[in-house]
Design a protein. Sequence first.
Length: 667
Amino acid sequence: MSKWLAGLNAEQAEAVNHNHGPLLILAGAGSGKTTVLVSRTGRLIEENVAQASQIAVLTFTNKAARELKHRVQNKVGSTAKGLWAGTFHSFGLQLLRKNYQYLGLTPNFGVLDQSDSQAVIKDLCKTIKTSKDKFDADKLLSLVNILRSGKKIPPGHLDEYHELAEVIAPKYERKLVLLGVTDFEGLLLEPIKLFKKFPEVLEKTQKQFTQIMVDEFQDTNAEQMLLVDYLSREHKNLTVVGDDDQSIYGWRGAEIANILNFPSNNDNCKVVKLEKNYRSVTSILDLGNEVISKNKKRHGKILRSTKVKNDEEKPEVFILENEDEEADFVLREIQTFKRQHDYKYADIAILYRSNTQGAFIESSLRRNHIPYEISGGTSIFERKEAKDVLAYLKQSILPDEVSLRRILNTPPRGIGDTTLEKLSDFAFENKIDLQSACIRWRETGVADKQGSSMDEFFKWLWVFPQRVLDDSSIGAGVSERFQNLMRDCGYRDYLAQQANDGLIFDKKWQVVEIVGRILESFLTKRDHSINSLKEFIDAMLLRDDNSDDERKDQVQLMTFHASKGLEFPVVLLVGVEEDLLPHKRLGSDIDEERRLFYVGITRAQKKLILTYCRQRKKMGQIKPVFASRFLTEASESLYSFYQMGARPVSGLERENLVSDFLNKLKK
């Protein structure tokens, strides 16, 4: 037997042994899909079905791509080094870096993140007269992106937004070209445009990658599906792995039809179902299977536990009076699991539909000194300080107008709006970029004082990368050198002036320190060269922070959405109520809301607890609430039900409680 099949079940082995043609692997929750992807990739390389460099594995997270590459290389060795694995956006970035000239991009084009894209949208709004003073830039950007992808804006949007998006969309695209950048949406749209307009680029890419694999296929949108179709159109060697029952991102463009229609859209498609679950006990899966069976549009499959059946407990449902009682109940359960069942804090996860639900629970944990972590918070790279210092590094190696505008007068160098306007006009008239205009400042009418300031700035900036890499006179390590250079340019003093007190300043400077440490960590795995710095910049643009995946011993608080792909010995699903699940405002797709509940259930390995309240405060008023229809649809035989919000206490437990209480009174 091949080493790649060792330890696999029959269905997993069938998927791993597939060589050519379309393959759909329906991988249920906890069914070992990563093992299947790793084993199939390794076998294709080792048995010379395809060279490593001919395989592209498209994922939705950099973490998933890193794990796959690491596991394949560990088993295959050096022949696996050419394997390409990464996110759709990183694939798009790599493709555009190689073929930038076809699309009018510069070799060093930048990538705008969401907040920078919104800033461009806001600037464009100022140039257009409307009857409305303010627009939501995020909402407007999403409509502009719909138009950019060639679709029509769906009904339900305000006419003013619709009309403005129609006007702004072409202006936005022209602005990106003018700035010499693309944005996150462009990392998907531009490769499609490239393949449509330049068949030779498509043919070359198709010949390069003869085996395409896609992870979490149920989360793909129309653009990602089109990109995959282009890549596999000639050879049809397309393997997709996913679970239609875990498709929960329709609100951000994911199209469940991609996985539902895959067999009918691909001739001779092989379908393999992975239904053996290695994560959860049988009783948890029984509840999950019954809940999801109510959805009609799905590939039918039933998860079966591989765990040995013993006196396992059913999932438990508790009714609490209100959200205060719910928070107290969660606290007691955590304390019980920690004290009586020897679980660590990190083994316990509290999941909720809406972020607002976490506030009461967080407050209760904080009061009682229970360590916790809220997942899905703001990335450090969304912080202004991180964007500033990364812009310094980027402008020194891969210059673009967005980075330059960010740092030219940060910290202040006397280069105000008037100077910038003169430079911009000169650049436009002479068809040059802004940086070239800054260098030729004497021709622009800019005053000597500002011009000299720019000369000094660029003189410092040109040597910035090399000093980060090897100037031992300013620090022993990369992180220390990076921080000292940011001090040297006045950025630390600038932060100190901006902060109202020392504590705020410490937090701001700490962001700079963290970026320095991440840079040093990145370079320890690579040679200390300018090319490695370029790789780092691209990785940071794609939010691949290479951070340590080890969790501290903290209770995990997160939304159902944020929990996808994770697993915990103990899971508490709180607020399993109508108007929260399905959500009154956000839950118009009932099937997707039911899938969301199913995802929450199947995160639990050993113990699953669900709660709902009799009343909850809404918009300042206390209102009665009721159990979610998803729970009431399931047979009551599948869970233990406690109407009074507590388990019945046995005789011995009651005696111990009374004894403890009396002892406390005596003390």
